[in-house]
Design a protein around this ligand. Sequence first.
Ligand code: GLA
Length: 402
Amino acid sequence: MMTLILLAMSTLPFVRSLDNGLGLTPAMGYNTWNDLGKKLNEQTLRTRADAMVDSGLRDAGYIYFNLDDGWQSSERNATTQRLHANPELFPSGMPALVSYVHSKGLLFGIYTDRGSLTCAKKPGSLGFEKIDAQTYAEWGVDYVKEDNCNAPNGPNDRDTALAEFGLFRDALNATGRAIYFSVCGGGDELPWSNITWFAKPPFGKNLANSWRIAPDCVEWLTTVRALSMVQGLERYSGPGGWNDPDMLLVSTTTATRKLSEAQSRAQFSLWSILSAPLLIGGPIASLSAWDLETYLNKEVIAIDQDPLAEQGALLVDGVYGRRLYDGSIAVVFVNENHPLSTTLTCGADCWSKTPFSPSTVLSVYDLWTHGPANVSTITVPEPYSVSLPARGHSAMFKFSIQ
Ligand code: GLA
């Protein structure tokens, strides 16, 4: 009998999972990619880490300091097979930078790829998952992003993707260090590719603390596309694992990759409705006053991190909302595509998708002017309209029962 039970158990599919206890709220921090691309070096990064503290961003919750692609040497160490930082860019070595970042009260993130090479053609982790996870753990790394470039059988062979990302997850688990695991299916994908399958079992929470559901956001069009791709994936997101529509784009004029001021603020407002990771990609030491005001808006950050942890969704055209722990809702009105001004309305159809029943009187708080909105109360299902200038402008409110 016992033999039969053991036999039966051994044929059951053994589902492994991530067990690091991290990502209870969406990650917040800085990532180098939209800011510096491959032009990394230790001095610039130290200055960026200093600025995370001096700007108040760290104290507002942006605690991850993440290096993206481009930090690696072109070859592994021939004897140990270990990865190491490019010595020209990081003469003090990576452990020294990790210590510096930690000394600033920040957590340290690093980047790798499940293929033979990363997207920037540096050595990938294929076949070296255990060695790389161990190396990162020894360096004191707190966050690993693993990309999907140069993978055997291409980026969309799901069985191989699951097996290889799974190897890295298991290797991280085995280090005994709590390391946030971010899976980036973006990799080689074209802007219009659909990678929403990363959210669904057996991927999603089983695999990682967050997973990209859209290719890279590089300007407004791809940002709006990521926003549309995350719709319908609400149920896969929650404490421990989050849908990731990609990193934030600043509007500071000297930034490499950017949006307009209005668009950048709209992205931040929308990402908070989506419980998305908030990873800033700009020159932290010289962010414009506008960008700092955007990213330091504690009320919007609190919506992203809300303890109800319920990813919001499209209510009606151009209107996105989410329920909050305190019984209120947060709503963003956004002119996604109209080249001129447009008026967006939350009417009966929109209210029917909120928890509020007819005749409920709501107060309306403007999350960007930090006070009552122009129309400061409303009785459901009275229409609530907002006029917005050209593409990328938005407004954000909290509706609460009076
Ligand atoms: C891919 C990812 C980006 C970034 C680059 C680095 O494009 O989607 O987020 O990591 O690779 O090469």
